[in-house]
Design a protein around this ligand. Sequence first.
Ligand code: PNS
Length: 166
Amino acid sequence: MQRIAIYPGSFDPVTMGHLDIIERGLKLFDKIIVTILQNPTKKYLFSVDERVEMLEDSLGNFDNVEIAHYNGLLVEYANQRDAHAILRGMRAVSDFEYEFQMALMNRKLHRDIQTVFLMTSLRWIYTSSSIIKEAVRFGGDIQDMVPPIVHDRLKKKFSLPTGGAN
Ligand code: PNS
């Protein structure tokens, strides 16, 4: 039996922190399906197609990673794809309450799907898609925190000159 995990999220946009979790997740799972889902509490900067494109460009090197999107319940999609695990990264105590609540709800909705948490590497502990977007919006240099395509796309979104240092 293949060990398949869903790595769900908004990925608005994908960051080096996400890529780190995927790379480390591949040591535990045979296949990871990176899935863009709707978080009803968020307003997105990028469309689903744009987010898929950035993920595909950033993860092109991995054979055992698939990019998907789904409009509905995460556990429903996991079940459809024969995935028995949900992979999530945990940065700090501040993430815990939300992650714990989501993991318990997902378990209530589907008992056979386990949530597995990986601690974010120390290097990415303070980063998030939201804080990165805010930094770029005001001209901050975040080049080493995101894949190159994301850096370009963020600059375009905020109509900033692309290439070179800020
Ligand atoms: O990157 P995020 O925004 O923290 O990811 C949250 C996400 C998209 C994984 C979560 O909101 C989600 O699973 N949305 C789909 C609907 C669902 O199944 N919600 C959880 C149980 S109510």
